[in-house]
Design a protein around this ligand. Structure first.
Ligand code: GDP
Length: 176
């Protein structure tokens, strides 16, 4: 259409993982390219991004599930119909990785009832290399366990941010 808002496919994507790993930073960075060090106060529910991947015009509605009470109360409606899940951990905090396998993966299993739901594991904050507590290999290992793809990125420097979302979108398009 002339509004420039036409698209071929529309996908619902959810970001999940511990508080502070950079979920809202990744979202804001991907959608607006702005870096705000005040990310915790943004508190967005979702953002929409139109982009072209693999020759298709996509509308991505990306939910930041955060840890708010509001989210817990409405968990099943947030997860319902999600085609893609982005598991996020912080490479400088080991517990954010273990909480993915101990807690968040179960949440997704329980509530993301769409059988074809595609997942990606994202290790964020690679710019803090001197503080790194989780190796790339450990991340790859968990991705294998969870049956998903893997990428390391930095919401701060924007390294691999687009790739996280584009890789997931490509995988969703491969679902028969
Ligand atoms: P969320 O709770 O998972 O949504 O995490 P936020 O997006 O609120 O980020 C938590 C904190 O980590 C904020 O102070 C961000 O500025 C910071 N942060 C997020 N991503 C990165 C990153 O890639 N590198 C660095 N150095 N800090 C980051």
């Amino acid at each position: 259409s002339s509004t420039g808002e036409s698209y071929d496919l529309s996908f619902k994507i959810l970001l999940t993982g511990d508080a502070g790993v950079g979920k809202s930073s990744l979202l804001v960075r991907f959608v607006s390219a702005a870096w705000e060090d005040t990310a915790p106060t943004i508190g967005v529910d979702f953002m929409i991004k139109l982009l072209t991947v693999g020759g298709k015009r996509l509308k991505l509605t990306i939910w930041d599930t955060a840890g708010q009470e509001r989210f817990r109360a409405m968990k099943s409606s947030y997860y319902r119909g999600a085609q893609g899940i982005i598991f996020v951990y912080d490479v400088t905090r080991r517990e954010t990785l273990t909480n993915l396998s101990d807690f968040w993966a179960n949440e997704v299993e329980l509530y993301a009832t769409n059988q074809d739901c595609v997942k990606i594991l994202v290790g964020n904050k690679v710019d803090l290399d001197s503080e790194r507590a989780v190796s790339r290999e450990e991340g790859m290992e968990l991705a294998k366990e969870l049956g998903c793809s893997f990428i390391e990125c930095s919401a701060k420097t924007r390294v691999n941010v687009d790739q996280c979302f584009e890789e997931l979108a490509l995988k969703i398009m491969e679902v028969p």
